[in-house]
Design a binder for this molecule. Sequence first.
Ligand code: ASP
Length: 329
Amino acid sequence: MSGSSRTARVVLIATGGTIASSSGPDSAAVASRTAGEILGSVGPTDVEVEGRDLLNVGSYLLGHRELRVIAEAVAEELARDDVTGVVVSHGTDTMEETAYLLDLVHDSDKPVVLTGAQKAADRPDSDGPQNLREAIALAAAPQARGCGALICFAGRIFPAGRTRKQHTIAPEPFRAGDGGPIGRAGASGVQLTARPVRPARLDRPGPAFDETRVDVVTAHPGADAALARAAVDAGAMAVVLAGTGAGNGNHALLAWVSEAVRTGTIVGLSTRVAEGPVVPMYGNGGGADLTRAGALNLGGLPLYHARLLLALLLSQGVAVTQQTLEPYI
Ligand code: ASP
C-alpha cells in the first residue's frame, strides 16, 4: 500500500448500504453486516483498522438526523490523535449528499473517505471488499491530507464537492461533473493527480437541521406550480427548482417564483441535467426571468448538493442570498 505508513490507524464507521447487505428469503438485499464483518472480507493490510458500528441501513432510508449523526461521529474520530483518517461505508444512493455534508463541515487535515458497493456482500463477485481496501489505503495516505471528504469507488478517487451517482447499477457509478476523478487507488497504491478546491468550512449541523425542510421540484413539459406550493404548505423553507436545460421554467413556475420570493420563501434555481451550470439566458419563463424574479442561481453545484447546502445554511439561521451562495456554487 504505497503512501501509507506502518503505524497508520484508520477508523471504519459503518452505516449500512449494499456493502453490508445480504439477501433475505425474498431475495431482496438488506443491510445487516457489521463493521467487523465487512472488515473481515478485506484481507490483510498494513494499516491498523478499527470498526465502529453507527447505523445499518440502506442510504435510501437516511434523513437529515442520520446525516448529522454521521457528521458528529466522523468529527469525533478525526479528533483522536491516534487516528490517521476515517472511512465511512455507506449506500451509494445518497453517498453524494453525505460526502458533501462531511466536506462542508470538515475541520481537519485528515481525510474522510466514503465507499460502498454496487453488488451485495453475499455475492461472490461483490465489489465491496476491494472498494473498502482501497478506501482504507486512501484514508491512510499522506497525500490525501487536506483533501476533505473523498469518495473512493472502483479504483477512482472523487472530490465530494461535485460528485454524483450517475449510473444506477454500473460498477463505476460516480462521476465528477465538469471534471474527472482526481486520482486512483489500487494495486499500485494511491495516486492523487489533483487537489479539490474547497470553500471555507461551515459549522456542523445542529439539531435544527433534522427538521429543516428543503424540497426539490422538477420542471418538465406541462409542469405547473402545484408541487412547489405544496412544498411551501408542508413547511419548506426553500424550494430548489430543477429547471430544464441550463435552468429554465415556464410561465406557471415563473408566476410562482415571484409570489414565493415575495412571501419569504427561498427559491434556488438548479438544473435537472446531470452536468453543467445554470446559465440564466432565456426569457419567456426561462432562467433569465426566474432569476430576475428572485430565484437564486445555484450555478454548477449539483442538484442534491444544492438542496443540502440550503438546508444546512437555513438550519443555522444564515440569511441566504446570492452573495452567501457564491463561494459554494
Ligand atoms: N444501491 C444502494 C447501495 O449501494 C442502496 C443504498 O444506497 O443503500 O448501497
